[in-house]
Design a protein around this ligand. Structure first.
Ligand SMILES: [Cu+2]
Length: 123
């Protein structure tokens, strides 16, 4: 009996891991709000990023307002390799990250351990 239970638990764990890494999870996309000559969008940091994909308009200075509500140290920095940004996200506070929107393209961001990802699309 114990063997069957542990086998079932093992199968559930494997299924979960497969879903976590390979499953196609839907991507939440957010569009920045343009106000005068600026654009900004709020991003919630909790077990990942919400939204995890952000669309920005080219040529308008952009600010991403990251708010970390997650206590895990994994999410305490946000890194934009293409912009050379590595910014600390204090827990429970809004941290502004300025994005260069002069060139259209896709710019990934990641947590300090490269486990959670997001993307900025400038167009
Ligand atoms: Cu991480």
């Amino acid at each position: 009996m114990i063997k069957i239970i542990s086998l079932l638990v093992g199968l559930v764990v494997i299924a979960f891991i497969a879903w976590w890494f390979f499953g196609k999870r839907s991507v939440q996309t957010g569009e920045a709000v343009v106000d005068a000559d600026k654009q900004s969008i709020d991003i919630k940091v909790k077990g990942g990023y919400l939204p995890e994909q952000v669309v920005l308009k080219k040529g308008i200075p952009a600010t991403l307002n990251f708010k970390r509500l997650d206590s895990s140290s994994c999410l305490d920095h946000v890194i934009f390799p293409k912009f050379g940004i590595n910014q600390k996200l204090p827990q429970g506070e809004v941290e502004k990250v300025e994005i260069d929107t002069s060139k259209p393209g896709e710019y990934d961001w990641e947590c300090s351990m490269n486990m959670f990802h997001g993307k900025v699309i400038v167009k």
